[in-house]
Design a protein around this ligand. Structure first.
Ligand SMILES: [Mg+2]
Length: 323
């Protein structure tokens, strides 16, 4: 084990230097001191609070190297954290990456991973401001994203009230449909427009909604509508009823995958019936899918089927790759 660690010192050093080079590609004003000291120094704008979120991306749990290109893995790794910032209505500032790589992994893989990550970082002005590297048996990436929001204005999961309406951005089920095909053995070339391989976090829509003080609660759809809407119900102490006919099912998908498939990274929010919610925000459509009701101890979520009959919607969600 010692030899294993000794041989790594040189490799780690070059990896750190490469990460530093990538980190220089995207700067953010809030980062007073980035990579190169014991800690990064961040200075949020006056009157703001910091948002902090961490997410694991682990080989064979969140991605597979034979399915996902290194660019896609790097992109998805950061997109997960950015999506959490979007769900609070925040603005991302910096990210921190702890990266574990198998010693035999080609250097090109690490480079392309960093390219995928920094391309997305650049498009939202996020600075890679620190992290750590280590040898590990499988690719393990732990990303931490720091954002900011005006003090007291972050949109929480806990603000939904009976009578509010429920909305989602974009379309649902696309990412799970791709995953289902991959699981069935289909070879799919990762394309930039794919919601599965290169999800675009809804930062602009989330910040727009927060600025206009429209949502009473909000969450990003990472685990699937049936699970994530359940989180809002739980935190807000309410129940929800959604209408199957209103769910914006992605063209490549099905209602079932739209209800239970994860990793769409769209925003799910509630708003007062009096709030005027636009049909689209910055080109991303917004769909009214149901309404909030008083807490119901039998089922947190009910769904109206095509015939208008209500049934309980179990929170199945996507069990990552266990299916
Ligand atoms: Mg989230």
């Amino acid at each position: 084990l010692v030899i294993f660690e000794l041989t790594l010192v040189a490799a780690e050093k070059t990896l750190i230097e490469r990460i530093r080079r990538f980190a220089l590609q995207s700067r953010n004003r809030a980062v007073v001191r980035g990579i190169g000291d014991d800690c990064a120094i961040l200075r949020p704008s006056r009157g703001h609070e910091l948002l902090v979120t961490t997410d694991f991306s682990i080989e064979d749990v969140h991605f597979r190297r034979q399915w996902h290109t290194a660019r896609s893995v790097g992109h998805r790794c950061l997109a997960r954290g950015l999506s959490d910032i979007a769900a609070m209505g925040g603005e991302p500032l910096a990210c921190f990456l702890s990266l574990g790589l198998p010693p035999k992994l080609p250097q090109r893989w690490a480079d392309e991973f960093l390219q995928g990550l920094s391309r997305l970082a650049k498009s939202y002005g996020v600075q890679l401001a620190g992290g750590d590297v280590s040898a590990s048996h499988k690719v393990t990436a732990d990303i931490m994203v720091v954002g900011q929001v005006p003090a007291g204005e972050a949109v929480l999961r806990s603000g939904a009230r009976a009578g509010d309406l429920i909305y989602v951005t974009g379309e649902l089920g696309s990412s799970a449909a791709t995953l289902k095909q991959l699981l069935a053995g289909r070879k799919i070339r990762p394309s930039i427009g794919s919601r599965h391989f290169f999800p675009d976090p809804r930062l602009n829509a989330g910040a727009w909604l927060r600025r206009h003080a429209l949502p009473t609660s909000m969450i990003d759809l990472s685990d699937g509508l049936s699970i994530d809407l359940g989180h809002i119900c739980e935190e807000s102490g309410v129940s929800a009823i959604i209408d199957a006919k209103r769910i914006p099912v992605a063209r490549n998908s099905t209602l079932d995958l739209a209800l239970h498939g994860g990793e769409d990274y769209e925003l799910l929010f509630t708003a007062s019936v009096k709030a005027r919610i636009p049909a689209a925000i910055g080109g991303i459509k917004v769909t009214h899918i149901g309404s909030v009701a008083k807490k119901d101890y039998r089922s947190a979520i009910r769904i109206l089927d095509e015939n208008g009959r209500a049934r309980a919607l179990r929170p199945l969600g996507w069990q990552h790759f266990r299916a």
